[in-house]
Structures are given as structure tokens and as C-alpha cells.
Design a protein around this ligand. Structure first.
Ligand SMILES: *[C@@H]1O[C@H](CO)[C@@H](O)[C@H](O)[C@H]1NC(C)=O
Ligand SMILES: *[C@@H]1O[C@H](CO)[C@@H](O)[C@H](O)[C@H]1NC(C)=O
Ligand SMILES: *[C@@H]1O[C@H](CO)[C@@H](O)[C@H](O)[C@H]1NC(C)=O
Ligand SMILES: *[C@@H]1O[C@H](CO)[C@@H](O)[C@H](O)[C@H]1NC(C)=O
Ligand SMILES: *[C@@H]1O[C@H](CO)[C@@H](O)[C@H](O)[C@H]1NC(C)=O
Ligand SMILES: *[C@@H]1O[C@H](CO)[C@@H](O)[C@H](O)[C@H]1NC(C)=O
Length: 469
């Protein structure tokens, strides 16, 4: 009995030593805060990067192909009868360029406005819902697409949430039947706040949705804007005083606690900020970014001209932009950094235009959080809003960081493995083999270093037991 106890103590000590050596290696990369559970989950082996762009009229040169795994074409038209069609007539060229670059191209339906209104009508009866599903499959065939994204903004009541579920479930079955099980990607967008499918529906169990789609694309932005009582960032990292639940970190926590699988959760990075006209600057000016909103029509950006929003292209426009470099304001503008929201903001000295936006620094904080909280990837709205590839460096760094962590795990694993193999005299290769095969059930998403790390611990247990018996 004591021997057995000693064997187990030994096992845990050795496991702790291996974990500590990985932590040391990650610390030297500045990545010591990745929890053990995330490292061993395997989620960092297959990070995804979804980039939304327009379905039509987009210059393929504006798309950062080498950074993406999935390009999402927003939006295909949908009507109340459930008929889906590209808005441009033919997205074939863009899909072809995506495939040449090793990027999957998926069709998105819905969006804010008329697309989702029509989608709600199509989902309302079984006949039109079935037509919608069949039409989606046809579009995937016709345009050689790699999948479908439901961007329903937003279900108004529980019945509409259930209709959405029915449509997703039928789409999953229809795609699997037409192209092979899991051959096509099925995604849905997730509303930012509090684990709800829409602003007016109560939170509900999200697990059934997470079970049938490949990824949920969290719209972790649009928390504040011209529609808010105060000026505040489009995507605050933490909650701001008086507004609990409206932040990047709160939304992620809410969806995870409502049952969404972290391995299927992708968080959004906005390449744009939102504007408001404030009543008066705080005193002293710039002391804080939360100022009463005057309610005046929110200014759009000089290039994109989207009411209430400035894209990074607008912000960095050499002539009419607000930033002359990524961190230096143009004349007339003041730039500040807020440590509660971990975002930059701008105020114009005469028009009192406020812009709460994201830049390389705030997006890097978000991307790091995506890694440490065990999510599977990042999503960008929208890729063509970048300027001179500045924000895209964050996405490239994100993927590279995941790869470096996995590599570090692999090398600390193989160095501990070879140490143990050379120090032990018995022939343990059959033990390794048997533990390898028993791990198949939890390595459905790739079979790299992280799942093998679990096997190493198992082997250590065997050896510890053998050594003490
Ligand atoms: C409509 O579909 C739902 C769910 O798939 C099913 O429960 C219901 O019986 C269907 N209604 C009709 C009239 O077929
Ligand atoms: C989901 O789809 C499967 C396969 O088509 C079907 O058997 C099942 O009834 C569907 N579930 C719901 C809730 O619609
Ligand atoms: C606003 O900024 C511009 C450019 O720096 C400057 O010329 C102007 O005097 C400022 N106006 C006010 C009211 O501070
Ligand atoms: C790159 O990633 C590392 C590790 O996650 C992080 O510390 C750094 O801030 C990132 N830099 C940029 C520009 O994203
Ligand atoms: C170790 O086991 C493998 C297969 O289980 C066998 O092929 C090999 O000959 C063994 N080596 C020794 C030294 O016993
Ligand atoms: C061990 O694994 C190797 C490689 O997967 C395989 O070729 C070999 O047959 C296995 N041996 C046993 C004893 O299972």
C-alpha cells in the first residue's frame, strides 16, 4: 500500500516537474500566463482566423490571404421564400483566389438590416426553412464554397431562436449528406452581450448550438457607440463602471458559462471604432473618456463614410484621418489611452467628435486573451478596413504565437521523454503504444504535441509504478 502511495506521489512530482519546465520555456517567450488546462486541451494546435469581407466589389489585393484560414463573404442575399443568391452575380473569382491561397471561402447570410429581416421570414415556416437549407447547399455546390455562416441579427424571441436551431441542424445534415460528414464548415455569429442570442432574448443553454456548428463567431464589439448615453469604446476589454457585462472579456465568459465549447469559440477583433459627439469634454480635457453624448448625428469616416463608425482606413487616412501614425494624432485631434478598457480614444478639439477604437496594442491584448482563455481563434470585421497591413500584424502574431507554444510543448515533451527512456532499463515501447491508442478518442482535432503530452503523463505513471513495485 505504501509503495503504491509513493508511486502516485512520484507520478505527480514528475508531472509537476514537466509542467514547470514548460512554464519556464513559455516565460522566456512572454507566454507564462497560458494555463495548463489550455496547453493540454489541444486547442492551440489548430487556431483559426476568420476574416469577413464584402461578397462583391472587393479588391482581392486588400485581403491578407496569408493570415487567414477562412474568408467569410458578407452577404449572400436571402429572401422570405428561402432563396439564397450571391449579391454580385458571381463570387467565383474571389473563391478561386481564396483556394489558390489555401483559404476556405464561406457564404454568410443575414447581417444587420434587411438580410436578417428576410432570413427571419424564411425561418418562420418549415417549408421556407427547408427551401433555405436546400438553396444554401445549391450555392455551396455552384460556387465551390467551403461552408455557410448564419449571421442572424437578431432573434427576437425564444421561438425564433429555436427556428434558427432547426435551420442550423438541417443545414448540418444537408451539408454532410451532400459533401461528406464534416467536409463543409458551418458557423454562426454570436451576439456580444451576456450569452444571449439577441438583445431581447433571455440567456439559454448554448450547448446544443455549439454541438452542431463548427464555430461560433462572437461579435465582441458594438458595445457602445452613438446609440449610448455616454462616449465609450466600441470594444472595451473590461467592463466600464456602471455597465456590467458589456465588454470583450465579459462576453467570452458569458458564452462559455452558457455552455458554448471554448474549442468552437472564435472572438471578434474590430478593425473600426465608433463615434459620438459629446456635450463637453471632461475637465481637465482627456481626464476620462466617458462623457455625456449630445445625441447629434454621429460623424462617419472620411473614406468609408459609414454613419457612426471610423474604420482603421479612415483613422489613418493621410489627408482627412485622425492619426498621422498608429499612435500619434493629427492636428485638431487628441489621442488618449484608457487603462480600464485597454483601448485608445480620440477627441476632436472643435467638433467634439469622440472615437473609441482599437489599434495594434488593444488588439494584441485581446488576441493574447483569446490564447490564454483557450479559445480556438480570432475573427476580423472587416479585413479590408486595415491600412498598410498595420492591424493585420496582430493576427499574424496570434497564429505564430500559437505555433510557438505548440513547438515549445513538443520540445519539452521530447526532451523529458528521451531523458526517461535513457534512464530506464526496461523495454517500454509496448506501453507507449498502448497509451497512444487509448488517446485516439480525445484527439479528434489533430494529433500533435498537446495530446501526446497527456500520453507522456500516462507513461510516467506506468514507469513510476513499475519502478516502485
Ligand atoms: C416543423 O418542424 C418542426 C421541427 O423540425 C417539427 O417539430 C414540426 O412538426 C414541423 N411542423 C410541420 C407542420 O411539419
Ligand atoms: C436534427 O437533424 C436530425 C437529422 O436530420 C434530425 O433527426 C433531428 O430531428 C433534428 N433535430 C431537431 C431538433 O430539429
Ligand atoms: C484645435 O487644434 C488646431 C490644430 O492643432 C488648432 O489650430 C486650434 O487652435 C485648436 N482649437 C482649439 C479651440 O483649441
Ligand atoms: C505578439 O505576441 C506576443 C505573445 O502573445 C505578445 O506578447 C505581443 O504583445 C504581441 N505583439 C503584437 C504586435 O501583437
Ligand atoms: C522491445 O519491444 C519491441 C516491441 O514491443 C520489440 O520489437 C523489441 O525487440 C524489444 N526490445 C528489447 C530490447 O527487448
Ligand atoms: C507500435 O506502434 C508502431 C507505430 O505506430 C506500430 O508500427 C507497431 O506495430 C506498434 N507495436 C505494437 C506492439 O503495438
Amino acid at each position: 500500500m505504501e509503495l503504491r502511495l509513493a508511486a502516485f506521489i512520484c507520478f505527480f512530482l514528475r508531472a509537476a516537474l514537466v509542467a514547470a519546465s514548460i512554464a519556464t520555456r513559455l516565460t522566456s517567450l512572454g507566454l507564462s500566463d497560458v494555463p495548463e488546462a489550455v496547453l493540454s486541451s489541444g486547442v492551440l494546435e489548430n487556431p483559426v482566423v476568420f476574416g469577413y469581407t464584402f461578397e462583391s466589389g472587393i479588391d482581392p489585393n486588400l485581403i491578407p490571404w496569408s493570415s487567414l484560414t477562412h474568408l467569410v463573404l458578407a452577404f449572400f442575399n436571402v429572401d422570405a421564400a428561402g432563396t439564397v443568391a450571391p449579391s454580385s452575380g458571381n463570387p467565383g473569382a474571389l473563391v478561386g483566389t481564396a483556394h489558390k491561397n489555401g483559404v476556405k471561402a464561406i457564404a454568410s447570410i443575414g447581417g444587420s438590416g434587411s438580410g436578417s429581416t428576410a432570413m427571419a421570414m424564411a425561418l418562420a415556416t418549415n417549408a421556407t426553412r427547408d427551401a433555405l437549407v436546400a438553396s444554401l447547399v445549391d450555392n455551396v455546390k455552384t460556387y465551390a464554397l467551403d461552408g455557410v455562416d448564419f449571421d442572424y441579427e437578431f432573434p427576437e424571441n425564444t421561438q425564433q431562436v429555436l427556428s434558427l436551431y432547426g435551420a442550423l441542424n438541417s443545414t448540418r445534415s444537408a451539408l454532410d449528406a451532400a459533401f461528406g460528414r464534416g467536409a463543409k464548415t458551418l458557423t454562426m455569429t454570436l451576439f456580444s452581450s451576456k450569452g444571449q442570442f439577441g438583445p431581447n432574448v433571455p440567456p439559454m443553454n448554448a450547448k446544443p448550438f455549439s454541438d452542431i456548428v463548427d464555430y461560433g463567431l462572437l461579435m465582441s464589439y458594438d458595445y457602445f457607440g452613438s446609440f449610448s448615453a455616454i462616449s465609450a469604446p466600441n470594444s472595451p476589454f473590461y467592463d466600464i463602471p456602471g455597465y456590467p457585462g458589456l465588454s470583450f472579456t465579459s462576453s467570452i465568459a458569458a458564452w462559455l458559462s452558457s455552455g458554448w465549447d471554448a474549442k468552437k469559440l472564435v472572438a471578434g477583433l474590430p478593425y473600426y471604432g465608433r463615434t459620438a459627439t459629446v456635450q463637453a469634454p471632461s475637465s481637465p480635457v482627456g481626464d476620462q473618456q466617458f462623457m455625456p453624448n449630445s445625441g447629434a448625428a454621429p460623424p462617419g469616416g472620411p473614406v468609408s463614410k459609414i454613419a457612426g463608425a471610423w474604420t482603421w482606413t479612415d483613422l489613418r487616412d493621410p489627408i482627412d484621418g485622425a492619426l498621422r501614425s498608429p499612435t500619434v494624432a493629427q492636428q485638431g485631434w487628441q489621442r488618449y489611452w484608457d487603462t480600464t478598457t485597454e483601448t485608445p480614444w480620440l477627441l476632436h478639439n472643435t467638433s467634439l467628435t469622440y472615437i473609441g477604437y482599437d489599434d495594434v496594442d488593444s488588439l494584441a491584448i485581446k488576441a493574447n486573451y483569446i490564447i490564454t482563455s483557450g479559445l480556438v481563434g480570432v475573427m476580423v470585421w472587416m479585413v479590408q478596413y486595415d491600412y498598410a497591413d498595420e492591424l493585420n500584424t496582430v493576427v499574424g502574431n496570434y497564429t505564430m504565437t500559437c505555433e510557438r507554444i505548440v513547438k515549445e510543448l513538443e520540445s519539452s515533451q521530447s526532451s523529458s521523454e528521451s531523458k526517461i527512456d535513457s534512464s530506464s532499463s526496461g523495454n517500454h515501447s509496448s506501453k507507449h503504444n498502448s497509451s497512444d491508442s487509448s488517446s485516439d478518442e480525445h484527439s479528434s482535432r489533430g494529433n500533435g504535441a498537446v495530446t501526446k503530452y497527456g500520453n507522456l503523463l500516462l507513461s510516467l505513471l506506468y514507469m513510476a509504478v513499475l519502478a516502485f513495485w
